[in-house]
Design a binder for this molecule. Structure first.
Ligand SMILES: *Cc1c(COP(=O)(O)O)cnc(C)c1O
Length: 446
């Protein structure tokens, strides 16, 4: 029997507790992503972060500072405590940290929406600000379903995607995640049943086969009468398996959707803001979706914020309905602090040669991950933009692999059969090389 939790609660004055005390409380009270309760593994306690380094509350394996190979899950593209981002948030804090968005508006949100429209693929004109990536995907689904409902076609309510995807952890997003990775068996009977095409063939540079192209086309055609939209991650499937595919497939989807009256949604939450070498991954294909989701790096990793963009056609369709409004409005919609961080992050990104930085990191990862190809147990090594992936032929031992990376002074978070990295764009060459060594060490250890 565990002791009653109360016995362990320190008085408010006792915080910050020592790392061991924090871990004890963490294990008992705090859920972590995809974690059990109570916790079974000890997370590392981070005391602060600056530049590309995370400072630990106490050294682990003799290491007190870790180079961040994860950008806090794709988000922290400018690193931590960036003076420009810090200043933007402080400045906004001096005006207001939040006001409701119903009946009120403010400069940070209007500026951000305008900026996103300028930067987004052609045709995306309207912006719904959401509080997380998953919510932005929920909103995208609602927009598409409501579009058809408003046009008198309520039977067009299903979504189609391809296997291997990841779109978030709330209900609609989960229903278009890969059925295995998304634990559809656990939720069978309750999760909306969507239409799945086979996973896109591997390889950014691999031209799509006629057979796969035909399969995609046929799947859209066969289900068009019941499909509201096709939802995919363009070019890179992230948390679903870190797989890359040919941009030409996005053109196939665009044509199939146009031919059969289905909307096309690109989930750019992971791929957006330069990560794959194009500002949006859709740019590799020269294709515009009808709806696009962004998140993760939107605020440079400072605060949670996402957005769903749509075309004039989608907005006008919704407006024609019996219920002419988009019935969605999160309490913290358009949060000014988050919008201020996002505006500063976009200014930073577009005010520099981000393509050069991403290309530099890409080259560094290619060189430093090359040795992994010769390691036993390694199935594939691939790099696209500032994303490096080593795929094993077995499930990774996450604890052993993470430890091996820590010994190299690097923070990595492997999953399934993957040891991967997407470093902040400000990572210097020596640190990129260090991350590469750590990925190889983790792949060898895990
Ligand atoms: C992370 C992610 C999401 C979910 O975003 P959250 O902010 O975690 O809700 C959705 N789609 C993709 C492609 C993602 O990488």
């Amino acid at each position: 029997m565990p002791e009653p939790a109360q016995a362990l609660l320190p008085s408010a004055g006792a915080f910050p507790a020592d790392p061991a005390g924090l871990l004890e409380l963490d294990r008992r009270h705090v859920w972590h992503p995809y974690g059990p309760m109570p916790g079974t593994t000890d997370p590392l306690v981070v005391e602060s972060a600056s530049g590309v380094r995370l400072r630990l509350a106490e050294p682990v394996e003799g290491v007190a500072e870790l180079v961040d190979g994860m950008s806090s899950w794709w988000a922290a593209v400018h690193g931590y405590r960036h003076p420009v981002l810090d200043e933007a948030v402080r400045d906004q804090l001096g005006r207001m940290s939040h006001v409701m968005f119903g009946g009120l508006t403010h400069e940070p949100a209007v500026r951000l929406a305008t900026r996103l429209v300028e930067l987004a693929p052609e045709g995306l004109e309207h912006v719904f600000l959401a509080d997380s990536g998953s919510v932005s995907v929920e909103v995208a689904a609602k927009m598409c379903l409501q579009y058809w409902r408003s046009l008198g076609r309520p039977e067009k309510h299903r979504l189609m995607t391809w296997r291997g995807g990841y779109h978030g952890d709330t209900w609609q997003p989960m229903s278009v995640c890969d059925p295995e990775g998304g634990m559809h068996d656990l939720w069978s009977g309750v999760l909306p049943r969507q239409v799945f095409a086979d996973a896109p063939p591997d390889g950014f540079g691999t031209p799509p086969s006629e057979a796969y192209t035909a399969h995609l086309w046929e799947t859209v055609e066969r289900h068009a009468h019941e499909l509201a939209a096709v939802v995919v991650e363009p070019v890179v499937q992230g948390a679903g398996g870190m797989r890359f595919h040919s941009p030409a497939l996005l053109r196939v989807l665009r044509e199939a959707c146009d031919a059969h009256g289905v909307l096309l949604v690109f989930d750019e939450i992971a791929t957006g803001f330069g990560r794959t070498g194009a500002f949006f991954a859709a740019g590799h294909a020269g294709v515009s979706p009808d709806v696009m989701c962004v998140g993760k790096a939107l605020t440079g990793g400072y605060l949670t914020l996402a957005a769903t963009l749509c075309t004039g056609r989608v907005a006008a369709g919704i407006a024609r309905g019996e219920v002419p409004v988009l019935a969605h409005g999160p309490t913290f919609m358009g949060n000014p602090l988050a919008c201020a961080a996002a505006n500063a992050s976009l200014d930073l990104l577009t005010g520099q040669d981000w393509q050069e930085e991403v290309a530099r990191i890409s080259a560094g990862l290619r060189a430093s991950l090359a040795p992994a190809a010769g390691l036993p147990g390694v199935a594939d090594v691939r790099v696209l933009g500032a994303i490096g992936v080593v795929q094993l032929d077995h499930p990774v031992d996450v604890a052993a692999a993470s430890r091996a990376a820590v010994r190299e002074g690097v923070w990595l978070r492997p999953f399934r059969d993957l040891v991967y990295t997407m470093p902040p764009y400000v990572t210097g060459d020596a640190d990129v090389a260090r991350i590469g060594r750590a990925v190889c060490a983790a792949a060898g250890a895990g």
